[in-house]
Write a protein that binds this ligand. Structure first.
Ligand code: DON
Length: 316
């Protein structure tokens, strides 16, 4: 299959455009180990449904998956505990609050509003604990969807999260008290921190995003890796809640189902066309990567990827 020159050129231009914004962001410091990230690292990867891979910049650089793991946790929870059980514990509505906010657990209702915020992901991690080997199964799922068998834990970030994770512990204890969690709060946050601390690169995430774009089937092998009802739920929540309290703005300006993490990654999925991911550890005040956001914004604009753009762009 021929390489698409338009994608190649647009990706190069997107990187140059994004670089001009990096100085406006700051690396996350609330998890001390993340403060070691270099704010000028920038990488991106696009994988199209015809199997072509377009990589740019620091595409090989590893970083922790952080909240992008919330999509995988939701998948594993749905596979392990089923739809009814999962959505009896967590809702599907955007919050408009910061990702680590506790406020709705007290004022709105005791259930977290969606699985893409910390409280919601802790509730879905609790569902994953019904598996015999939650850590091993989560790692296997991540490796399978990212297509790389060497994905591993970043032990230093994991330990750092454990030390600094008081807000997450508070949420877990509140939810254990309200019988939303079925397992001990400490055990559940341990799993949650562990899930956030897997080390990935943008090619891994673009591979995973490609499977989502192709409704659970790997277009390169024809193998079904995820059931389509699960993929539909995950992509819907990426649209409405994937970019924290900037999800509305991102939907309007970029229009790609996406999930970001404070490690600096953003993963996006373009229906039947491509999986993409970008990375830059400099974050904006809402916790989204400045550089990765700009890469996706540029690609969306110049390749016509917005879900309402009526794009003229086609793969090969
Ligand atoms: O719990 C935390 O704060 C991090 N492990 C994940 C934060 C993140 O990426 C943003 N979350 N929605």
């Amino acid at each position: 299959m021929a390489r698409n020159e338009l994608i190649e050129k647009t990706l190069t231009d997107a990187m140059n455009y994004a670089r001009t914004f990096l100085h406006t962001g700051k690396v996350a410091t609330y998890i001390p180990e993340l403060a070691k990230g270099y704010p000028d690292k920038l990488g991106a990867c696009v994988i199209t449904t015809d199997g072509e891979i377009y990589s740019a910049g620091d595409w090989h650089q590893e970083f922790t998956i952080q909240s992008i793991s919330k999509t995988l946790t939701l998948i594993m929870a749905l596979q392990t505990a089923g739809y009814d059980r999962v959505f009896s514990k967590v809702g599907v509505e955007p919050t408009g609050d910061a990702f680590n906010s506790l406020v709705r657990l007290e004022t709105k209702n005791t259930h977290p509003l969606n699985p893409m915020i910390n409280a919601g992901a802790i509730a879905t991690a609790d569902c994953c604990m019904n598996s015999k080997d939650p850590f091993g199964d989560f790692l296997a799922l991540t490796r399978k969807l990212c297509r790389r068998n060497t994905i591993h834990l970043d032990e230093a970030v994991f330990q750092s999260e454990k030390k600094a994770g008081m807000r997450n512990r508070s949420m877990a204890y509140l939810m254990q008290g309200d019988n939303i969690l079925e397992h001990d709060a400490e055990d559940v946050v341990d799993l949650y921190f562990w899930m956030c601390s897997l080390s990935v690169n943008v090619e891994d995430l673009a591979n995973y995003a490609l499977i989502l774009a192709n409704n659970g089937v790997d277009p390169r092998t024809g193998e079904t890796l995820l059931e389509d009802w699960i993929v539909r739920i995950v992509k819907t929540l990426m649209v409405t809640c994937g970019m924290y309290d900037a999800s509305g703005e991102f939907a309007m300006k970029v229009g790609i189902p996406a999930k970001s993490g404070v490690g600096g990654g953003i993963m996006g999925t373009v229906e039947r066309k491509m999986g993409l991911a970008a990375f830059n550890p400099a974050l904006d005040p809402k916790g989204n990567s400045v550089g990765a956001y700009r890469v996706l914004e540029y690609l969306s604009h110049y390749l016509g990827l917005h879900y309402f753009s009526g794009s003229s762009y086609t793969v090969s």
